[in-house]
Design a protein around this ligand. Sequence first.
Ligand code: XBP
Ligand code: MG
Length: 252
Amino acid sequence: MAKLQALIFDVDGTLADTERDGHRVAFNLAFKDAGLSWQWDVQTYGDLLTVAGGKERIRYYIDHHQPDLNVPATLEAFIAGLHRHKTIHYQQLLKTGAIRLRPGIARLLREARRQGVVLAIATTTSHENVTSLLESALGEASLDWFAVIGAGDVVANKKPAPDIYDYVLRALGLQASQCLAIEDSYNGITASTAAGLDTIVTINEYTRNEDFAGATLVVDQMGDPKQPFTVLQGQVDTDRFLTLELIRRLHH
Ligand code: XBP
Ligand code: MG
């Protein structure tokens, strides 16, 4: 068993519940800016989340729900323009402080830092969205907590492809067996396990019914002393929330 050297975190749905009240709202504002009547309600957005990546999600929606759309330029440029506006709206939403970290995240990040466990990020969203979330939720200094931030278009294939995890492992200079991933979705765990990583899943409202067969542990949240987790899959002892000690015990 290799010693645990690093934790690799997904962002959307894992560090924070960014999708329903963050990304979704920003997409709808961008559609409005462009004079489109499209509205992604909570349920529709949940269905669209099977497509990872904002630009990819818009393209899928057009292909399947707006096949007669006429765009002024190329479809690619049209989607890129919509997505730029979406990112601006998302950044503004983050600045309001409306999106908080999920329970236990700040505690676990601090615990890992104290114990010399390296922190990294592997996400489908853009680098600027990650840094804005970290800045607004944990302060500017937290950007230095992460040895590698693997984000967005830095790889050709987004999750569920393993590319972003392979990229982060390469940048860390570590083997998969020395690291553990923390994810919230089927796409996420498909990517992380394909890269060879043990993976702990914290589900959320959108992902609770997904298949996490490959997970080391599935919990409803990381939890905190006053907010214990519920274990949905896997074995713990008397643990009531996710600690680094528990992660080390689970790491194969
Ligand atoms: C997150 C995503 C992203 C966000 C939107 O997946 O799929 O597309 O919803 O971000 P994961 P962008 O948590 O598995 O990384 O619009 O910036 O792509
Ligand atoms: Mg996620």
